[in-house]
Design a protein. Structure first.
Length: 218
């Protein structure tokens, strides 16, 4: 892009109309230029509309990973949760394994749900094979966390790791928290039968818990 075009695109990315911002992000992704990377990241941190953020991520993936990955990793240290979450989301789309060391336990277990959820998705994409058992253990420490959507996201992340999750799921069945036990049983059910559906797996896990308790009483 020429300098005037670049200036216009920068302004459009900050326009008050979300549809204008969307078109601007699409234009930048269609004609990628390293000069836009910092601006795209800046917008990711503050953009209120999900569909615009998704286009910003797409635009970033259109740039060379050698340019974007180091800057995305820097964003993981931002004080703004949305900046961290969106950087993690983008790293999961880029899929460059060089970003793996930046996916820390702090990100995977942190208090902000959106950051943690994005870290789970990025981790299962980026983790090397030999790191997956340890990642499974860290993710399993989050079983029972949050609302239904959060728990479903964690189950999906765990299942993406495959059979390596079985030891940590079975260990979680002994957890004193019934919510953790139900979540672990449901996740193992979904690993065995991905078509079962999360709600069905949860209800089945609850029945197993009740039957197990009755068996102990008898």
């Amino acid at each position: 892009m020429t300098m005037p075009d670049t200036v216009r695109a920068f302004r459009a990315l900050e326009n008050g109309d979300a549809s204008v911002r969307l078109r601007a992000a699409m234009a930048v992704g269609t004609a990628p230029d390293p000069a836009f990377v910092d601006k795209l990241l800046e917008r990711c941190a503050v953009e209120p509309e999900f569909f615009v953020r998704d286009m910003l991520t797409w635009a970033l993936t259109r740039h060379p990973s050698s340019t974007t990955v180091p800057r995305l990793v820097e964003e993981l240290g931002s004080e703004h949760a949305q900046a961290r979450s969106q950087a993690l989301h983008t790293l999961s789309k880029v899929g460059d394994p060089r970003a793996w060391p930046a996916i820390t336990r702090e990100l995977l277990t942190g208090a902000d749900d959106e950051v943690a959820r994005s870290a789970w998705r990025a981790a299962v994409v980026l983790a090397p094979e030999d790191e997956r058992p340890e990642l499974a253990a860290v993710l399993a420490s989050q079983l029972g966390r949050g609302d239904r959507a959060m728990r479903q996201s964690l189950s999906r992340a765990l299942i993406a790791l495959g059979e390596v999750i079985l030891p940590v799921l079975r260990a979680a069945r002994a957890n004193p928290d019934p919510g953790v036990r139900v979540h672990a049983i449901a996740t193992e059910r979904l690993l065995r039968d991905p078509d079962a559906g999360f709600e069905f797996a949860i209800e089945e896990a609850k029945r197993i818990m009740v039957l197990g308790a009755k068996g102990q009483e008898e």
